[in-house]
Design a protein around this ligand. Structure first.
Ligand code: MN
Length: 399
């Protein structure tokens, strides 16, 4: 790296943080089966401890996303949860209502024809907003499993209109510091018509809901050939990109670790963000979050791997020479324009990461340091014993 590149990559790292998901530390997996890990978190205390451990090692995961149904017991004081997070050196991040697990959601939540179910779903969102306010969370993150499985099953337009009304109502209840994120997904669990199937639908619904509703891009929620960075560029240009759920995929919503299959795609997404920031003279406010569940990899190791990969690709994308890129673009110099991106992608940014970690008193290799601490072994022994004492069989969510 040249000294200028080193400065640029380091400056980028200063601005980058990524949120870990509480559910990523618990026993989760596919709907076909879960392979339990002794070190998996049992309760929110364990999840926050694991998230705190990841933040202590990486220095870039100060917040933890929570799932209301899985993480909050009824009647629990959210402020106590915020205190517990603080004890572990992290803060509560995005609040994720659960609008898909209750039996009443068989025919959907906000899209349900039954007004009583829609009211129930809205009330859960209002409760989630209240939790968010109590813990000073900035984001209400909404994903809906709503949709239909067969042609003719329901009126697609009626369902759309129900969503418009419910999201507007939900937006009306937001606190002044809260942003509502609307996530999309093409299929699964609905296999014919998912109500919010793509970014265009999410964008329309968010615009209709109100000014503090934005689109959330889950990198796993696209068809295989879809150009995600183009979606990102369009959303940025519309000031409608609210955040990301990071993961990688080969086929569908596979929840693989970020960059494990296609690191260049993640680089291209980050490039669009840096390019936009260079044009506007400011970084857009984006919630970078991880949404992954690991059935095979040890959960903390997979999380550290993801965070480190995200930092590396973010730093690489910051090295794109925007002035040179603009010049190449103006001359229709396709080869040079492409090479400008490729050169940045293939630049080894490890000196910048090492310098940044050193300056922030962080371990040089977070994964190696995690293994050295024996944290997972201690957690496994402790959690195995507690499971036995509590008479728990391993379980967890289906994320
Ligand atoms: Mn997601």
């Amino acid at each position: 790296m040249t000294p200028a590149q080193l400065r640029r990559a380091r400056a980028a790292l200063e601005t980058f943080a990524v949120e870990t998901p509480s559910w990523g530390f618990a026993d989760t997996g596919t709907r076909f089966g879960k392979f339990f890990q002794d070190a998996a978190a049992i309760d929110l205390g364990d999840k926050l401890a694991d998230a705190g451990h990841v933040h202590a090692l990486t220095g870039c995961c100060p917040t933890v996303a929570v799932h209301v149904l899985w993480d909050f017991k009824p009647g629990e004081d959210p402020k106590a949860v915020a205190r517990l997070a603080r004890k572990h050196g992290v803060k509560i991040g995005a609040i994720n209502p659960n609008l898909f697990q209750d039996q009443c959601y068989k025919w959907g939540s906000f899209g349900n024809a039954d007004a009583a179910v829609r009211t129930h779903a809205l009330q859960h969102c209002i409760d989630s907003i209240a939790i968010g306010k109590a813990v000073n969370s900035e984001y209400l993150s909404l994903w809906f499993a709503d949709g239909t499985n067969y042609p003719g099953q329901e009126s697609i337009r009626d369902r759309k209109q129900r969503f418009e009304a419910a999201l507007r109502e939900c937006h009306r209840r937001l606190g002044p510091k809260q942003t509502m994120l609307v996530e999309y997904k093409p299929f699964e669990p609905a296999f014919y018509a998912t109500d919010i199937a793509d970014w265009g639908m999410a964008l329309l619904l968010a615009k209709k809901a109100g000014p503090r509703a934005k689109v959330l891009v889950d990198t796993g929620h696209h068809y295989n050939a879809q150009n995600i960075e183009q979606i990102v560029a369009w959303l940025l240009d519309e000031d409608m990109l609210g955040g990301f759920h990071f993961n990688d995929r080969r086929y569908a919503d596979d929840d693989l670790t970020l960059g494990s299959i296609d690191p260049y795609q993640v680089f291209r997404i980050f490039h669009e963000i840096h390019f936009f920031a260079a044009d506007r003279g400011r970084l857009p406010k984006i919630a970078y979050m991880i949404d992954q569940c690991h059935n095979e990899k040890p959960k903390i190791e997979a999380t550290i791997q993801t965070v480190v990969m995200a930092q590396e690709l973010y730093a690489k994308a910051a090295l794109v020479d925007h002035a040179a890129l603009r010049r190449a673009q103006a001359k229709n110099n396709v080869v040079d324009a492409e090479l400008i991106l490729k050169n940045a992608f293939f630049t080894d940014v490890s000196p910048a990461l090492a310098a940044w970690r050193k300056a922030n008193k962080l371990p040089a290799d977070p994964l190696a340091e995690h293994r050295r601490t024996g944290y997972a072994k201690t957690a496994a022994a402790d959690r195995k014993r507690r499971r036995k004492e509590l008479g728990l069989t391993q379980g967890g969510s289906f994320a």
